[in-house]
Design a protein around this ligand. Structure first.
Ligand code: ARG
Ligand code: ASP
Length: 740
């Protein structure tokens, strides 16, 4: 029986990447993916998606602020991204009188569009394979340091060679754990203005309860615009700037989706770890994820209790709560999915197969036992590392403030008074925002709970004396917290600002006397010495072994198509619109409708309230041209098998003809383990249907001037092939030639 099971599992994994799996470099679509994509129904060529010689889809894909994706949807630089990606900007313009979070925001014309300090939009001009130059002079047997030193010199030379225009940047990134290197020539725009955002009751409908959940009913979008200087090139923010004219923007198809339709998602996925060996996955499932989940759960319970008591606190902590809850929930889904799809067993079988294929004298024979050994040695440090970063870096707010104060002190000690003053300016800026949303009472309770947890779970030798568990005189963390929060200046804005007002020497002396500052610096000292140092040493060995393992895999399975792990560079993923079965006897359809919003509607509830205007439109069934042609309902979201991760938020979902049909914003909970082990049975990305977005802009907000800017097509209904559209419209495929 076991044998049969193993064989079955085995049949699963040796299959060459499943439809849907993979985050592909646009550069290699022709050789690796084009045929499969066309088999799935795509009518574009690889050159239509990525080309350096002519306008292609890639010219419409924009890295938004370096953390999300966005896309150009008009000839005047109009950008579409998620509501949760533009959240910080929308919030920054929000006041009690102009509550854009609650009411939404719509600029009636360009002069009303709002500037956003520091926000950038990056376009990719060209991707270049620089592997051979990057690895020139690198030899087997070099130490990690020696190898990296040579590569660093090489990369510097490549950069200087590649930069041709003064407005361009170049970033060179390792792929396949450092076996390959690619350079990205980019142009970054710096004047990005807010154009429109729906109210939270649409843009964040379902909030944390529905986060990572299918069926979903969120209109998670917002609109921005790129502004450029007179030459259409990047310029500092200025009223003189004019809307950017893109080389390509996405036409929008209102035809809608059906199960099995081809979809392509184009964006900037952040980080995945698809090629980890089994001990690493085992550690994530059994130790690291559960530890982080438990810590966040303690913190979230406390914050939630206060948020429910008081509306002002709810507003203050909404965004922090959402941030902590986001990955707390993701990790739970990840563990569930890894177990459900038996990821560890699959990895182990795959490893058996790999070793079986190696010749007896292969230099790769020892990789897996070495991994086993290294992960075992690293385990205690990895555990404390996650504990430390969750407790001090993510959940006890005062520890983050203390950490910043430490950096300020170091700036003075290492780089002098000028560096101190420069950094201090930024710190004060940050603190102004921080204290606006800070409640020391909540934080004190979180502190007590998490330091207690730390001392219960972590050996004393990794703890500062203040919080060590002491069996002879058991300590109450509650009273420790009370003492510290009463004594410290860091929990009080005025007290801390008064210290920062002093001369540097005096301020530093004051900080050094502070008990919370002391705790934070003692904690860091123990951590750096006892944990970070051995962890980093072992981890660097693991990294270099992973590079060799990756190379070995590619050599051992030459018939398999490998895709590089996500690293915030531009990728194409593709798949099909598809439902799934999350649990026994339960099946989910792939599309949701406005009717589902109404089913979830809870008047007055901050997660599930619905705006009166939307209720009216629903009652009147007034959906205009945005209703589904077959059933007359208004579509809201749909799911597909596209392989996405954090950073893909705001990515366009593109149809077989190159038109925009949806906006990626999330994944289904059961499949969030796609970051470690994609499984086509349950991994689904969640997109807002573009018809819902346009309905909200047009019918709900009355911003029809924005619709007029867009290019709306009905390719299925009109059976118009993509090439015909291009001839008529400049800026859409093949319009303009590249300037190069
Ligand atoms: N889960 C999505 C992502 O990882 C959406 C997060 C924003 N929404 C929220 N309720 N926190 O980014
Ligand atoms: N919600 C994520 C993001 O913001 C996307 C994901 O993790 O699927 O990028």
């Amino acid at each position: 029986m076991k044998k049969i099971l193993n064989l079955l599992l085995f049949a699963f994994i040796i299959q060459v990447s499943h439809a849907g799996e993979g985050m592909w470099l646009p550069l290699f679509l022709k050789s690796l993916n084009e045929a499969e994509m066309q088999d799935l129904g795509m009518r574009l060529s690889a050159e239509d998606i990525y080309s350096v010689n002519q306008g292609s889809l890639k010219d419409a894909i924009v890295h938004f602020g370096g953390f999300c994706t966005s896309e150009l949807i008009s000839s005047q630089g109009l950008l579409l991204t998620n509501h949760h990606c533009g959240y910080g900007q929308i919030q920054s313009h929000t006041t009690l009188e102009n509550n854009y979070l609650k009411k939404g925001f719509w600029a009636k014309n360009k002069s009303e569009e709002l500037m956003n300090e520091g926000l950038t939009a990056t376009l990719i001009n060209e991707i270049v394979d620089v592997t051979s130059q990057a690895l020139k002079g690198v030899k087997k047997g070099m130490t990690v340091k020696e190898r990296q030193a040579i590569i660093d010199i090489n990369l510097e030379a490549i950069k200087n060679e590649l930069i041709k225009k003064d407005y361009q940047d170049v970033a060179i990134r390792p792929f396949f754990n450092g076996n390959q290197y690619f350079a990205f020539l980019t142009t970054t725009y710096r004047d990005i203005r807010l154009v429109g955002a729906p109210p939270e009751s649409i843009g964040k409908f379902g909030a944390d309860t529905d986060n990572w959940v299918w069926p979903r009913h969120t209109g998670d979008f917002s609109l921005f615009r790129i502004y450029a200087g007179p030459d259409n090139l990047p310029a500092d923010p200025s009223p003189e700037n004019k809307p950017y004219e893109p080389k390509h923007f996405l036409p929008i198809s209102l035809d809608g989706v059906e199960e099995d339709d081809f979809t392509l998602v184009f964006g900037f996925p952040g980080r995945t770890q698809e090629y980890l060996p089994s001990p690493a996955v085992e550690e994530i499932v059994d130790v690291l994820d559960p530890a982080k989940i438990a810590i966040r759960e303690r913190a979230l319970n406390i914050i939630d209790k206060y948020m429910r008591q008081d509306e002002a606190t709810r507003i203050q902590y909404a965004s922090k709560f959402a941030r902590i809850a986001n990955y707390w929930k993701k990790w739970i889904g990840e563990v569930t999915g890894l177990k459900k799809t038996r990821a560890v067993a699959k990895k182990k079988n795959f490893e058996k197969e790999f070793r079986g294929k190696l010749p007896r004298d292969s230099e790769y024979q020892n990789i897996l036992p070495e991994f086993e050994q290294l992960y075992k040695e690293r385990a205690p440090y990895a555990y404390v590392r996650d504990y430390y970063s969750e407790v001090t870096g993510r959940n006890i707010e005062l520890m983050s403030v203390a950490g910043i104060m430490q950096r300020l002190v170091s700036a003075y000690e290492n780089n002098g008074a000028e560096a101190y003053q420069g950094f201090k300016g930024r710190v004060i800026n940050y603190l102004q925002g921080f204290y606006k949303n800070y409640n020391p009472k909540i934080d004190q309770e979180v502190f007590a709970a998490l330091t207690e947890m730390y001392s219960e779970n972590i050996d004393n030798k990794y703890s500062p004396t203040q919080i060590q568990s002491n069996t002879s005189a058991p300590k109450s963390y509650k009273y420790l917290a009370e003492d510290l929060y009463t004594a410290t200046a860091l929990a009080d804005k005025d007290k801390l600002m008064a210290i920062l007002d002093m001369e540097p020497e005096q301020a530093i002396a004051k900080l050094r006397e502070d008990e919370v500052f002391k705790l934070s610096s003692d904690w860091k000292k123990v951590y750096d010495k006892e944990v970070a140092s051995p962890y980093n040493a072992l981890n660097s060995q693991i990294d270099s072994l992973q590079r060799i393992y990756m190379k070995a895999l590619m050599e051992t399975f030459p018939e398999k198509r490998f895709y590089p792990d996500a690293n915030s560079t531009m990728r194409v993923t593709y798949g099909q619109v598809k439902g799934y079965s999350p649990t026994d006897a339960v099946t989910y359809g792939p599309v949701t409708y406005l009717d589902g919003v109404m089913e979830k509607y809870k008047p007055g509830d901050y997660e599930f309230d619905v705006d009166q205007k939307l209720l009216d439109l629903y009652d009147a069934q007034d959906y205009g041209k945005y209703a589904d042609k077959d059933n007359g309902k208004l579509p809201v979201c749909f799911i597909g098998t596209n392989h996405t991760t954090g950073g893909n938020s705001g990515s366009p979902a593109i149809d077989a003809n190159g038109n925009l049909i949806g906006l990626n914003f999330d994944r289904a909970w059961e499949g969030t383990m796609s970051d470690i082990n994609y499984d086509p049975s349950i991994c689904r990305n969640i997109m807002t249907d573009v018809r819902y977005i346009l309905f909200v802009v047009d019918k709900f907000a009355g911003a029809s001037h924005l619709i007029d800017e867009m290019k709306i097509v009905f390719p299925k209904s009109k059976r118009m092939p993509i090439k015909n559209q291009t001839v008529k419209h400049k800026g859409v495929f093949g319009g303009k030639k590249s300037k190069k």
